[in-house]
Design a protein. Structure first.
Length: 487
């Protein structure tokens, strides 16, 4: 146990953010560099090393949280990094992007603020990179087997790294021009600087993983041809089909899916553009969708100099604190969350639904018409007399995703079966109905969290390794049917 009285002697203290007026002038991460390390040992000491650590249940990766909390408290960074990497290939990603269901399941959180698990995690991995404790782990011998991984998001990268280390020859196919999937182009730079992805890619290259960018399986290369080339295939193409808003005026110019808008801002940071082809500068921006992607649009619009930013959500405003009846510990509660983007300004409007858009004579969107909604007998119903319109010269749709891409032909060319939710069906080993073809991440699970994506990649890798060699020692933290601990 780190410190038997740590949770009694120290309160919860989190990473400090840079002032809003400063960080809005750049695209760097919002937190003060180096601010965690001076406080993280005390924060790690708050871990109680519970007899039954429910944080393990909150995290699908099965992270050994009390163990690396203890090492962080003792400032044994090498040991902490080893324990952290035992279950998580990319803790610098999860430590920055995960909503931390482990903290919601922290036993201390029953009657106190929980341990800052996420901050401890990112402190350990940042220190490990700084001290050279993150090194390539090339296999001692090759198996002679080949694997193709389709998609380079967290699920695909995790599967690729695990299979490479198991001795297989792995090639990752990515349809974009750079590796990283939504980590690269869907997550804004102010949430995670892309240098964190770049150095992981270099580590994987040194281990032997090969990367093929600008190739979309189904269009640029037929799925049937890919299957002939490789002994096994892992589909980790994500759930990239965005949910649309079929209301009058949707065809007006200036209305975009979030994943049409966000990647262009990231491409500016990559040096591809001087200015983004779609910009919020000087415009009244409306973001439809109250989740993390919507918040990413809000923060991006702020940095581009929007005249105003309004975020709409059809559901009621969540509670500030956990409801012990409807969302009891240790479930992951749906709470009102103020992200760094919301700290920077803008208005958040709940319980409203868009009825239609209004444009000018040139076909550009100018107004968004909405109405308040309420639950009546379990159904969302419009409230009469609450109709109004708000200025909207740029609208982004951030309402989630409905499944994997069907238009590129990948699903049909492989002959894959889908489940009742439209995801690619798989068995207990993550194998599809086509022998040797596996699926991991959102393509099989549906839209989910980054920790679930990495857990899926690791688990699918074990299935592939067993298929190729007859057995596997790779870590498989979850089953395809496992779900978040929620009510």
């Amino acid at each position: 146990m780190a410190d038997p009285k740590g949770f009694l002697n120290h309160g919860r203290e989190v990473a400090r953010s840079r002032p809003v007026d400063v960080r809005l002038k750049d695209w760097n991460e919002v937190y003060v560099p180096g601010s965690l390390l001076p406080i993280i040992s005390k924060q790690a000491s708050r871990c109680m090393d519970c007899g039954i650590p429910f944080c393990h249940n909150g995290c699908p990766l099965g992270n050994l949280i009390p163990e690396w909390n203890d090492y962080a408290y003792r400032e044994d960074w090498a040991a902490a990094s080893e324990r952290l990497h035992a279950t998580n290939n990319f803790p610098e990603f999860t430590g920055r992007l995960c909503p931390a269901p482990c903290e919601s399941a922290c036993v201390l959180g029953i009657n106190q603020p929980p341990v800052t698990i996420k901050n401890v995690e990112v402190s350990i991995i940042d220190k490990a990179w700084e001290t050279g404790d993150v090194a390539p782990q090339a296999p001692e011998r090759l198996s002679g087997k080949t694997v193709a991984v389709i998609g380079s998001g967290p699920a695909g990268l995790a599967a690729a790294q695990q299979l490479t280390r198991a001795g297989h020859t792995v090639a990752v196919y990515e349809r974009a021009d750079r590796i990283g999937g939504l980590l690269r182009y869907g997550i804004p730079e102010f949430k995670m600087e892309k240098r964190h992805i770049n150095r992981r890619i270099e580590q994987m290259r040194a281990e032997g993983t090969r990367f093929r960018t600008g190739i979309e399986i189904g269009r640029d290369l037929k799925a049937t041809d890919l299957k002939k080339r490789y002994d096994a295939i892992v589909i980790a193409a994500g759930a990239t089909t965005a949910r649309d808003l079929p209301v009058p005026g949707r065809e007006l110019k200036g209305i975009y899916q979030a994943m049409e808008y966000l990647p262009l801002a990231n491409k500016v940071q990559e040096g591809d553009f001087v200015a983004p082809p779609i910009s919020a500068e000087g415009k009244h921006v409306v973001v439809i969708g109250g989740g993390d992607t919507g918040a990413d649009c809000v923060g991006t619009a702020h940095r581009q100099g929007a005249a105003s930013v309004t975020q709409l959500e059809i559901m009621p405003r969540p509670n500030d604190e956990r409801n012990p009846v409807s969302q009891p510990w240790p479930t992951f509660p749906m709470l009102y969350k103020v992200t760094s983007a919301h700290e920077e300004g803008g208005e958040r409007v709940y319980s409203v639904s868009t009825t239609h858009f209004e444009g000018d004579e040139d076909g550009n969107v100018q107004w968004l018409h909405l109405t308040e909604v309420e639950f009546v007998e379990g159904k969302l119903t419009q409230k009469p007399g609450t109709e109004r319109k708000i200025p909207a010269q740029l609208v982004t749709l951030a309402m989630g995703f409905t499944g994997t891409d069907r238009e590129n032909g990948l699903v049909d060319q492989f002959g894959l079966e889908l489940d009742e939710r439209g995801n690619i069906a798989r068995d207990a080993d993550f194998q599809t109905n086509v022998p040797g073809v596996y699926v991991a991440g959102d393509a099989g699970r549906g839209q989910s969290l980054i920790v679930w994506a990495i857990a899926e990649g690791r688990s699918a890798a074990r299935g592939v390794d067993s298929f190729l060699t007859g057995g596997s020692e790779l870590h498989a933290p979850i089953r395809p049917t496992d779900r978040s601990l929620m009510v």
